[in-house]
Design a protein. Sequence first.
Length: 328
Amino acid sequence: MGKGKEETKQEMPAFQKQYLASTVLPFAKQVSQTPFEAYTGPMAPEMSGYTTQAAGMYGQAGAAGNYTPADWNALTQQNMSAYTQNVMDPTLALMNRERQKQMVGEQANIIGSGAFDSSRRGVFEGESSAAYGLGRDKMIADLNRQGYNEAQAATMSQFGAQQGALAQGAAGLAGIGGMETALSAAEIDAMRNEFMREQQDPYQKLAALQGGASAIPGGYGTTTSTKTPGLFDYLTLAASNAEGIGKAIAGGSDIRLKENVQPLEKVGGVQFYFWDWNDEGKKVAHKDQPTFGVIADELQETHPHLVTRGDDGYLRVNYVGLANELDG
């Protein structure tokens, strides 16, 4: 508490106090009392109908890979039937017509030459028919073998084409479904973001109001300075009073003149006190003399040159000298 401390404080201007009280605080209260509002819109997009169709087509393509031998043979027989109708039947019909022409020619040759009797003629015709039958059967076998190979190749081609078409169609539908789902997801995000923006709007406005209220514009407001008196302030006061009213009167500090003595603190080894004047002190002390200082009886032991005894027998203190010594 040696020297006093001065504090400077800038007070808020009146218009700003009114702005806080009438605008910011009511709005903040309104925001704090706003009930919680949950987002009730969709959180995720539904599956696109195109995606469902694509899944079905992928399923069909997978099912095509599960053909049984019976399914495979049935499809091959369908292809074989077409081969038989379009290739084998016309070929055999042509062979039969050619055979008929050949037989007519042979009959004419036999009759014209007269070289065969009926028995030899029968043998010749039988051998000719047998030779024709062998050639025809061989051709039929070759055609059947070729037809079956072509039918199997057609079956495999149809199977691959079917799977490829299903997979390609499913991929196209899946792509369209993905785009539709992505668009739905973007719409949901937009709705949710707009909802969140709406929820944050009051808080952003409140922050703007608080920001405007927090700054004191330059030149506004009242600046006040307060000083808490320190020990040297009291000592200087006592010294100045002593100079003003005379050392012999102002320096009265004899313990016999005081009551309710309260110790304050020590400075430079000197104890300072507050007190009240007793009845005798009120007679001896000047009316302007402070009730703060030292006890002359104690100071006489450490600073005897600053203590004197008056004509009335009471001790006095040279506060001017004491202030100079302690401040130095």
